[in-house]
Design a binder for this molecule. Structure first.
Ligand SMILES: C[C@](O)(CO)[C@H](O)COP(=O)(O)OP(=O)(O)OC[C@H]1O[C@@H](n2ccc(N)nc2=O)[C@H](O)[C@@H]1O
Ligand SMILES: Nc1ncnc2c1ncn2[C@@H]1O[C@H](COP(=O)(O)OP(=O)(O)OP(=O)(O)O)[C@@H](O)[C@H]1O
Length: 309
């Protein structure tokens, strides 16, 4: 006979945003293999949803629907399952907890938008609420950093400066609401492989710092200045691995985008535009040109992981 459900909510739904790196400065690899970063993250309105329901004690399962479903593992390597198990191990009455997770993906897999990280952050929050654990934001952020460098930012969202391997965050002084067009690539890019290509290509600039012109643009909330200040040290490596991305970036810039950049480790290209009408125009043009697999309009900044039901 199935065990009765514990008291409390039956299911918790969390929405978690994708990120764009407005600036990404990368140093030489550390002894642990990770690269020191100086980055500026912005969370955007393209979101995955993670739904968590009680399962039998010590049962952990996940189903995935939406964008890139077939590419996402549903075993213990899924970042959402890893997050739930880590949380239970650290804070739970481990033996009595279990969860059934459903992920609705809108963020492309291996797209440089931190989709897996979003799901990990979403699962941490959803399970903490479902299981009614006594765990605050700082403790969740520590677990998030164990799961991956981009996971802590998915919890907080907004616009933030990241250092260390990307897990140390300080909110950025930022004004304005920005309109982005995202061009998804035909194939994903492996983050470690892009970092390896970066190492082979360049002698990184030291010391690491986020660019002043970008921070000034955010402070005054000027989209044109921001567009001109976008930068990504991993872009050259991503373009070498997928040369057709150059054509995508050039097309958007020729069409009048204020700025164009490969997001994170790629291959998603992010175009900053002046407003909603410009976003619609560029989306249609990119689709018609056939330089990418799919196009999405999105805005930022938005908050990080939040419970929606
Ligand atoms: C490219 C970015 O998205 C920019 O924000 C991130 O640096 C990637 O963060 P992530 O996907 O959360 O990465 P993790 O899961 O922490 O690490 C995956 C792999 O990426 C490489 N990695 C990641 C972060 C970092 N600062 N240096 C690295 O070299 C390492 O090979 C690592 O084994
Ligand atoms: N919930 C998940 N969603 C997507 N991918 C996952 C998930 N869990 C594990 N993975 C694995 O992680 C790999 C990287 O996926 P992800 O979508 O996070 O890449 P990314 O957006 O490029 O990451 P980042 O921008 O953080 O470098 C996938 O190829 C997949 O095998």
């Amino acid at each position: 006979m199935a065990s009765p459900l514990p008291p409390g909510p039956v299911g918790i739904r969390v929405r978690v945003p994708a990120k764009i790196n407005l600036a990404l400065k990368v140093g030489s690899p550390r002894e642990d293999g990770f690269h020191p970063l100086a980055t500026v993250y912005q969370a955007v309105s393209l979101c995955d949803e993670v739904y968590a329901e009680w399962a039998n004690p010590d049962e952990y399962e996940v189903t995935v629907s939406g964008e890139g479903t077939g590419l996402v593992p549903t075993d213990d390597s899924n970042l959402a399952i890893r997050a739930a198990k880590l949380l239970a191990r650290t804070y739970g009455p481990h033996d009595s907890l279990g969860v059934s997770l459903s992920i609705k993906k809108a963020i492309p897999v291996a797209g440089g938008l931190a989709g897996g990280s979003a799901d990990g952050a979403g699962a941490l929050l959803a399970c903490a609420v479902l299981w009614d654990l006594d765990v605050g934001p700082e403790a969740l952020a520590e677990l998030a950093a164990e799961l991956g460098s981009d996971v802590p930012f998915a919890l907080v969202g907004g616009t933030a400066v990241g250092s260390g391997r990307g897990e140390s965050l300080v909110p950025a002084l930022a004004r304005g609401n920005y309109h982005w067009v995202l061009a998804f690539g035909h194939q994903g890019l492996s983050t470690p492989a892009v970092y390896r290509r970066f190492d082979a290509l360049s002698a990184p600039a030291e010391p690491l710092a986020v660019p002043d012109d970008l921070m000034n643009a955010l402070r005054v909330g000027d989209a044109k200045l921001l567009g001109a200040a976008l930068s990504n040290d991993l872009q050259e490596a991503a373009l070498e691995m997928q040369p057709q991305l150059r054509q995508t970036l050039d097309f958007g810039l020729d069409y009048g985008a204020l700025g164009a950049i490969v997001s994170g480790s790629g291959p998603t290209c992010a175009f900053l535009v002046a407003g909603e009408p410009a976003a619609v125009d560029l989306s249609v043009a990119l689709s018609a040109e056939g330089v990418c697999r799919a196009v999405r309009r999105t805005t930022g900044p938005v908050p990080g992981a939040r419970v929606i039901s």
